[in-house]
Design a protein. Structure first.
Length: 113
């Protein structure tokens, strides 16, 4: 509950009391002032509730964005890691194939004395 919501509730209570006293005393001006305070309080409370709702949605959106950002960052890190592993593995496989062909070539072209 924010300050506007609390002030609105207070104005409504104050207005209800003023209206009741004004009606009991036959004082239309006081009764009307109380009704006006109630309306003012209702508007303040609604304004406060709207502000709370906007803040809640903004906080939720911020939390979601932060989570999505962290997930995207982790996915990028994982993808980069996997790509590096594939490159290193491919290079190792090429080296092994070249070494095998080199060994085969040497065996075929080396004369035993």
């Amino acid at each position: 509950m924010n300050r506007d919501t609390a002030a609105g509730k207070f104005d409504q209570i104050k207005g209800k009391a003023k209206q009741s006293v004004g009606e009991a005393l036959g004082n239309q001006k006081l009764a009307n002032s109380g009704a006006a305070d109630q309306v003012k309080g209702t508007v303040k409370e609604a304004w406060g509730n709207a502000k709370d709702a906007v803040h809640a949605v903004a906080e939720h959106a911020h939390a979601c964005c932060a989570t999505e950002h962290n997930e995207a960052k982790q996915n990028a890190t994982d993808t980069a890691h996997n790509l590096r592993e594939r490159i290193v593995s491919t290079a190792q496989n090429v080296k092994n194939a070249v070494n095998a062909k080199t060994d085969q070539f040497q065996r075929e072209h080396t004369h035993t004395s």
